[in-house]
Design a protein. Structure first.
Length: 491
């Protein structure tokens, strides 16, 4: 993945700082509670929601099992429709391909549709190094870009900003990027939207090159699909002469008919809408209609490594609805920046360590950024068992073991800082395998229970600082049973 977020501290340190920001916590609490309440109402309207959820998961799983076949079918269909397909093994290759394609047009400006994949690879930064200005056209992405900030939410990248903060950003920075904000701009949502519309309209009309991602790619027809709510995507996908789409390979679905499932589940899970306001589809190029040159960059960047993990691969089902973020108590309090990735929240806690690996302290800490409450699994429209994958990745962090790295099987070492945990678990395993030792330990603990501290020392201090240690009983269950119902006792 991109180095955009590298250098950040591990999640506990980053969260410790962000949770002290009362403005941030207030913004997040208001936004996430509002979105999830509306989503619950929208989902409850469908009697067959469980069946749609199961169907969405099944289609994704079938596609992932045969991804090589569907990708080849997709390439053939896109090429037959007049598009050009490029394959990018990692972020560096994807950035190089896109940069070269833009340079070949002679342009130095591009407009962008909101895209998680381009955030993941740090495309804007790569283009800037090549002297190419990339302008975000999604309202929330525009706010983040003007504020020299980073996205903090999958659906609403500027969720950590309130409207007064947005007004200040527009007033201070819009003029540096193009048309300045109107004098005396208020913080009313309609006024802020009007200011953004005026600022962006000149860019839409001037741009010759656009860059997008895609929510789905239909293998049988070579069709790409983008769902958005503002119309900016429609502008980027129709007005420029050249369109470059950077899409993760897992966004493939087999048939046009399969799309029907996700056009029901994605809007309700993300924006709580029955139907998405702007659903754009395009298949290659058409003379005299829309971009005359289309390039599709298929991005791997750790996805085939993730696919090799039979437990962790379910993260590749994700359709980026952000429902898991809106119900997560950890995300609500810590915010998205603490995750140090383009993918925050519960899905980021399982996707990022698989795409980037667990070598860094930040990535090794992400599987622990959860209470394992299971709320994320309950709302996921494609039934990703996020708690299961979190526990699976925690085991990888602590124990190391066999993984796939860049297509090759390798054995990774345990992450640093978990030696005491490994020693404790090995001691527990040995004790449970030896009943006599377990019995002796239980009796010793019972006889010394009045001497036990209220807080654990050493590595256990953090755990016991927020919860009481359970009291040790006067005798073990085994001893109680023997005393009350052992030989010679009435049953």
């Amino acid at each position: 993945m991109s180095g955009t977020y590298l250098g950040m501290p591990a999640f506990p340190e980053a969260a410790a700082k962000s949770t002290q920001d009362t403005q941030l916590r207030g913004n997040l609490r208001h936004a996430t509670h509002t979105i999830r309440a509306k989503r619950a109402v929208a989902v409850a309207e469908l009697d067959d929601w469980p069946q749609l959820r199961a169907a969405g998961a099944a289609v994704k799983d079938r596609t992932l099992r045969h991804l090589d076949h569907y990708l080849e079918q997709l390439e053939t269909a896109v090429t037959a429709a007049g598009g050009v397909v490029h394959w990018a093994a990692d972020a560096a290759e994807a950035n190089r391909i896109v940069t070269d394609l833009v340079r070949a047009t002679g342009e130095t400006e591009v407009v962008k549709v909101k895209s998680m994949a381009t955030q993941e690879i740090g495309l804007n930064e790569a283009l800037a190094e090549a002297g190419i200005h990339a302008y975000e056209t999604d309202l929330a992405e525009l706010i983040v870009q003007l504020g020299d900030d980073l996205p903090s939410h999958i659906l609403v990248p500027a969720i950590h900003k309130n409207r007064s903060e947005i007004r200040d950003i527009f007033t201070e920075r819009m003029g540096d990027w193009g048309r300045a904000a109107p004098a005396g701009l208020s913080d009313e949502p309609a006024d802020l939207a009007d200011a953004a519309r005026l600022h962006l309209r000149e860019k839409f009309l001037r741009a010759k090159v656009a860059i997008s991602g895609a929510n789905f790619m239909v293998a049988e027809t070579g069709t790409l699909v983008v769902l958005e709510s503002e119309g900016n995507g429609r502008m980027c996908l129709t007005l420029p002469e050249t369109l470059i789409s950077v899409v993760g390979i897992e966004k493939t679905i087999p048939t046009w008919q399969d799309l029907e499932i996700y056009l029901q589940t994605l809007p309700r899970s993300s924006t709580a809408e029955r139907m998405n306001p702007y659903t754009s589809t395009w298949t290659g190029t058409t003379e005299g209609d829309g971009p005359q040159t289309f390039h599709l960059v298929l991005l791997d960047n750790g996805r085939t490594d993730t696919l090799a993990d039979t437990v962790g691969r379910q993260a590749l089902r994700c359709i980026r609805c952000s429902a898991c973020l809106n119900v997560c108590p950890v995300y609500e309090r810590a915010g998205g920046h603490a995750y140090g990735s383009a993918y925050p929240g519960p899905i980021g806690a399982i996707l990022t360590p698989q795409l980037r690996g667990t070598a860094s302290a930040l990535d090794a800490s992400l599987p622990y950024a959860s209470t394992l409450c299971g709320a994320c699994y309950e709302v996921c429209p494609v039934a990703i068992d996020i708690p299961e994958v979190l526990v699976h990745l925690r085991e990888r962090v602590v124990e190391g073991g066999a993984v796939t790295l860049r297509g090759t099987r390798a054995v990774i070492k345990p992450a640093k800082g978990h030696a005491a945990e490994r020693a404790a678990m090995r001691a527990a395993r040995w004790t449970l395998d030896h009943p006599a030792a377990l019995r002796a330990g239980q009796r010793l603990a019972a006889r010394t229970r009045r001497l036990h501290p209220a807080r654990l020392p050493g590595p256990g201090r953090a755990w016991s600082a927020t919860r009481e240690l359970p009291a040790v009983p006067a005798e073990s269950f085994r001893d109680w049973w023997q005393r009350t119902r052992g030989e010679g006792k009435n049953t």
